[in-house]
Design a protein around this ligand. Structure first.
Ligand SMILES: [Zn+2]
Length: 243
């Protein structure tokens, strides 16, 4: 009897610890985006002048160099971290931008989209997160319109982690390539991570051509997260959006 009580107390304690770590920041209420900068000294950048997401508009013609994609198979796990559903990628896939190689680390999703294009919000946005050896970051963003199902999402969603903190192995048939449009023309701006600590100096590469996902695929993601996981639009300030 006493043992059982100890176990249940331990479970309660670990439950409380989980709740606490999950609640460090969120998308609504006191820990919501308006207060991220005040939640921790580490989050000072959240109040910065070069934050993401933004409404991409007022494009400046810049003859952007093409992004060289070198994506291989390599999905390892899919995890639900309480803020998004993320596919971790093994070493070996990369993009080249500005003569720098950025390795693909993971991709994850936001519903509805965080960035807007010419004032338009999309029901789903993918972020493919890359880092250089020097620790510089480049995010490729892909918008999804609601229409036919996406093959990449179909494979990944079969292993959908339902609970925050849950992680599941993925077959290598889940490929980052499947959530990239054929046409790689893109917009570019200088921004930040869209979650705390909102680190700036991130190269944002937003694909012009949206993909499609079915309403079921979008709802499945939204259901698992329980609330919208889009940071509100941030002031563009002096930044140009190039195309
Ligand atoms: Zn993101």
């Amino acid at each position: 009897m006493r043992k059982a009580l100890c176990v249940s107390v331990a479970l309660l304690a670990s439950g409380a610890a989980n709740a606490e770590s999950e609640a460090q920041w969120g998308y609504s209420g006191a820990k919501g985006p308006e207060n991220w900068a005040e939640l921790s000294p580490d989050n000072f950048a959240c109040a910065g002048k070069n934050q993401a997401p933004i409404n991409l508009t007022g494009f400046i013609e810049a003859e952007l160099q093409p992004i060289t994609f070198d994506y291989q198979k390599g999905a390892e796990q899919i995890l639900n971290n309480g803020h998004t559903v993320q596919v971790n990628y093994e070493q070996g896939s990369s993009i080249d931008v500005d003569g720098i190689t950025f390795d693909l680390k993971q991709f994850h999703f936001h519903a509805p989209s965080e960035n807007h294009i010419d004032g338009e919000s999309y029901p789903l946005e993918a972020h493919l997160v890359h880092a250089s050896d020097e620790g510089d970051l480049a995010v490729v963003a892909v918008m999804f319109e609601e229409d036919t199902a996406n093959e990449g999402l179909k494979k990944a969603w079969t292993k959908m982690p339902e609970q925050a903190g849950e992680e599941r192995a993925l077959p290598s048939s889940v490929r980052a390539e499947d959530i990239l449009p054929e046409n790689r023309d893109h917009y570019r701006f200088n921004g930040s991570l869209t979650t705390p600590p909102c680190t700036e100096g991130v190269r944002w590469l937003v694909m012009k051509q949206p993909l499609t996902a079915s309403s079921e695929q979008i709802e499945r993601f939204a259901d698992v997260l329980h609330e919208p996981n889009n940071r509100p639009l941030q002031p563009v300030n002096a930044r140009p959006v190039l195309q």
